[in-house]
Write a protein that binds this ligand. Sequence first.
Ligand code: F6P
Length: 331
Amino acid sequence: MAEALKKIQKIGVYTSGGDSPGMNAAIRAVVRSSVYYGLTVSGIYRGYEGMIDNDIIDEMDVRSVNQILQKGGTILESARCEEFRTPEGRLKAYKNLKARKIDALVAIGGNGTFTGAELLSQEHGIPIIGIPGTIDNDLNGTDYTVGFDTATNTAISAVDNIRNTAMSHNRLFFVEVMGRNSGFIAANTGLASGAVDILIPEREGSIDAIVEKLEKGRLRKKTSSIVVVAEGCKLGSTADIAQQVCSKLNYFDAKVTILGHIQRGGNPTSFDRILASRLGVAAVEGLIAGKKNVMAGLIKNEVVYTSFKDAIIEKDYVDEEVLRVANILSI
Ligand code: F6P
């Protein structure tokens, strides 16, 4: 006979890993939908670190998430926690959850967050549902992760500003965007800002290929050139790449701009607010329906649940179509 579904009464919610714009909207959705369905919800500070340290708000109510929908960052704060990588750390965390009668969790984060969630659940049996919260868009099981759209818009608006000065001085700019292992921000930023080339970790690329594109642009009297580089680009650091390119094309006055953490902050776009709100509700409804150890995502505008294991397999593809179109348009 099938095991009777254990009724969930108290959910713990946390954000972990690199923060992303829209995490607050997700927290709000988890808290409000839990209250809507008659559940109690606890807020765990600083992800797994707070779980281990017992840094937990025992009960969040509807008002505790007032006015956060539109704000970047995460009111629950975030961390990357070494101790949680050990079975002892996870046991400590579980004991704190048990003492507070938290019987299910909603984890908002990326790869590392879901790797930890899978282990905690396997070892201690607590059901967990994830919400993809990372600017990198590097999870399977969802078309977009919460924060990607905002981060990309931030990068695009920075490149637009750079373009103004680049045109005025006839300069070449190498603009580094985030993405240690993932080129989604770079690809979309490059296409939307008219970059002459886009360098991403998933593609080898070569200095000669960049040089060839820049030379073509110069011959057609292009007044500014932007190369968008993902931070994890395999050709080297952005400064190295710029230096190597300029050694072959010394008539270019080249500058390097690293956008850095500016991309992680800021008010979430409407896209990220809506995505986070839908997935927050989907996570709570999934737990109530007995789902566990899955990530809620949106594929073709429908909610889908994907096992943590599948969600975190490194995405071995890039958005070929975005890159193809960017390449055609950069002639
Ligand atoms: O995973 C999100 C991300 O912003 C990556 O794009 C970036 O490489 C990394 O986090 C930076 O992490 P930290 O803020 O810990 O330096």
